[in-house]
Design a protein around this ligand. Structure first.
Ligand code: GDG
Length: 478
């Protein structure tokens, strides 16, 4: 056993590996909601992070980051990667939990791989966690881990947080291994969800599985308890995740100058609309392009006066639905530019690479309108990041009702991404509003900015960890 009293366990370590032609391996920070959210929390606790380093085969020895976080790699083989990660996590659970935007595949081989990898993670955590340590398990790839860990190490206080939505019990019922997954989650002392509706879905599911459920769901607290069947109980609550808001909002003169230059390159007088997403079918990128195209087609937007910048981070590129999404998006970009762009003046600027955080913040700051249109999203940190970068109350946010963030960012131009007309209206209202009602827009942005600054990732982590500590102490006292 080790001396790590605080352990985070997630599918991925917060790094990407790159191998140079001479075989030297280097590490670089990797983008993604989970990483953005957890790095500041871990650095503060000088904690240990257990996860897969991102390459199949040999795992490097544990090492510390510059920020002082001990990274403890877990090895995955190619077969694990295909069955556990690409298969069960991303072609079964991801579509099921995002309300079947594509059809989930239920494969017994993938399930086997999921169980095996969860067991491996549990063994690694059991080996690095100090007696009585707090372990915080992250996300849908590791839902069996709390249950296994509880058996291996009953002394641990275990929390679980789900970053993606939790579906209605009727949808979840499709899953052939629904009972095992719920049992796995119930190994945790508390189970956190992004939204109250997600937590209620879980509570209802537990009730349908014959478990005793008491209390009613709360945000940033535990109001509901589910009997875990072994004399313990698990607390259920909503803990809406957020961003490191102060750091995001702290734009230097160089950032402001950079943002201005970016805008000038796109056209000083043009209204710049921005999308920033992992290239994922849940994010509604194609639908937003169609809405934009139709607004250009009807003349509601003038291609000389607006442009759309879409930054699309490559994601899960070996999976078929992701490849199809990419070609659909890229075909639409080409078509729209062919129809409405001019040589040297495209109307859609599209980039299929990730950019560094400094550049990303300049994009956020420069954008007049931010378009966030997922069909379903646990939270969506991009929306909060944009708002944080507009402390001067400039800009406008168009936000899908189906993003978790919509529950908090109520001053956004909200839309239904399944309804092209609704997206068109929200986008046009935002663009027109910038010119015609700047004061109203500034008020809306001010309210959202204040909310994001007051509800940052530290609040998320500290409220979750406080609830976890109370629940762990209660269990030990019983
Ligand atoms: C999951 C849930 C939930 C994107 N492109 C670049 C880049 N990013 C960063 C953004 C943001 C993060 O990636 C994306 O986070 P989201 O929340 O928008 O989406 P998911 O990746 O799907 O995250 C989601 C989240 O977990 C947290 O719980 O909100 O609902 O699906 O931080 O800034 N970062 C950099 N370059 C890029 O090109 N540096």
């Amino acid at each position: 056993m080790s001396d790590n009293s605080f352990v985070v366990v997630a599918n991925r370590l917060p790094v990407d590996t790159h191998t140079a032609p001479d075989g030297t391996r280097t590490w670089a920070p990797s983008p993604g909601g989970l990483v953005s959210a957890l790095t500041p929390v871990l650095e503060k606790h000088q904690g240990c992070w257990v996860g897969w380093p991102g390459v199949v085969g040999d795992a490097p020895e544990p090492f510390r980051t510059e920020g002082g976080v001990l990274l403890h790699p877990v090895k995955l083989t190619q077969a694990d990667f295909e069955g556990f990660y690409e298969g069960f996590s991303n072609a079964t659970l991801w579509p099921l939990y995002h309300d079947l935007i594509v059809t989930p595949i239920y494969s017994r081989d993938w399930w086997q791989a999921y169980r095996e990898v969860n067991l491996r993670f549990a063994n690694e955590v059991a080996a690095v966690a100090a007696p009585g340590a707090t372990v915080w398990v992250q996300d849908y790839q590791l839902q069996l881990l709390p249950g296994i860990l509880r058996q291996l190490r009953p002394d641990l206080t275990i929390g679980f947080f789900l970053h993606i939505p939790f579906p209605s019990p009727d949808l979840f019922a499709q899953l052939p291994w629904r009972t095992e997954l719920v049992r796995g989650l119930l190994g945790a002392d508390i189970i956190g969800f992004q939204l109250e509706s997600n937590a209620r879905n879980f509570a209802e599911l537990a009730r349908r599985q014959g478990l005793e459920v008491t209390g009613s769901v709360r945000t940033r607290g535990i109001g509901t308890w589910v009997s875990a069947g072994d004399g313990r109980r698990s607390g259920i609550g909503a803990f809406p995740i957020s961003i490191a808001a102060a750091a995001m909002a702290d734009l230097t003169p160089a950032d402001l100058g950079g943002a201005e230059r970016l805008h000038a390159e796109l056209g000083k007088e043009r209204t710049v609309i921005l999308g920033v997403d992992r290239l994922d079918y849940t994010k509604g990128i194609h639908q937003r392009l169609i809405a934009f195209e139709e607004l250009l087609e009807t003349g509601a937007l003038d291609p000389d006066q607006v442009c759309l910048v879409q930054l699309a981070t490559p994601s899960r590129e070996r999976l078929e639905h992701y490849r199809t999404t990419r070609s659909t998006v890229e075909e639409a970009v080409g078509r729209i530019n062919g129809r409405f762009g001019r040589i040297g003046q495209p109307v859609v600027h599209y980039q299929h690479t990730s950019v560094n955080k400094t550049i990303l913040r300049r994009y956020y700051r420069m954008a007049d309108v931010m378009l966030v249109t997922p069909f379903k999203d646990g939270m969506n940190l991009v929306a909060k990041e944009y708002v944080a970068c507009h402390g001067d109350n400039s800009g406008a946010l168009v936000l899908s009702e189906f993003a978790g963030a919509a529950a908090e960012l109520t001053q956004a131009y909200q839309c239904n991404p399944f309804d092209i007309e609704s997206m068109k209206k929200a986008l046009r209202d935002a663009v027109v509003g910038l010119k015609q009602q700047p004061d109203v827009l500034a008020q809306r942005m001010r309210a959202m900015h204040e909310h994001v600054m007051a509800h940052d990732v530290d609040l998320w982590a500290s409220t979750f960890l406080e609830c976890l500590s109370t629940a762990g102490a209660d269990r030990q006292a019983q």
